[in-house]
Design a protein around this ligand. Structure first.
Ligand code: PNS
Length: 135
């Protein structure tokens, strides 16, 4: 069983995350979508739109503490992350190096998001939701 962890804040989980998850699910038998415990998160889109193919391969959970420890406990063979642009790459490199300094021994595998989704971000969605909320 090739198991990978797809960690993130997912606040909220959006189409770009879905795209990465879809790509990862073609390479791994099981993908655990994992968000840090205690952080604001919204995986409503993911739970609402999981296709039959993905449902059997995807598990959604929270993790406590360091990602490296969670990955070890789960027996993961890879960490999944998505890239939209070079700014993401810089951020991801720092995070990977931190994880390695903290004892990560499995590879971090990056998937490039589809071209039509490069502008989609959780922060933009939060802003738009706030400004268009009828309340
Ligand atoms: O979607 P995000 O905000 O880029 O995800 C960041 C996340 C949740 C993957 C990262 O903050 C994380 O792994 N947090 C758990 C704590 C940890 O292990 N930190 C060390 C890596 S910097």
């Amino acid at each position: 069983m090739r198991l990978a962890i797809y960690p993130g804040s997912f606040n909220p989980f959006h189409k770009g995350h879905f795209d990465i998850l879809n790509q990862a699910s073609k390479l791994f038998d099981k993908v655990i979508v994992a968000r840090p415990k205690g952080m604001p998160s919204d995986v409503g889109l993911l739970t609402a739109q999981l296709s039959d193919r993905l449902r059997s391969r995807v598990h959604i959970t929270e993790f406590d503490g360091l990602l490296v420890n969670f990955a070890k406990i789960q027996g993961a063979i890879a960490i999944i992350r998505g890239l939209r642009n070079t700014a993401d790459l810089d951020y991801e490199k720092s995070m990977q190096y931190w994880n390695e300094d903290l004892g990560l021994t499995i590879p971090t595998v990056y998937f490039i998001c589809s071209r039509e989704l490069v502008h989609v971000s959780s922060s933009a969605i939060r802003t738009i939701n706030k400004l268009t909320d009828p309340k």
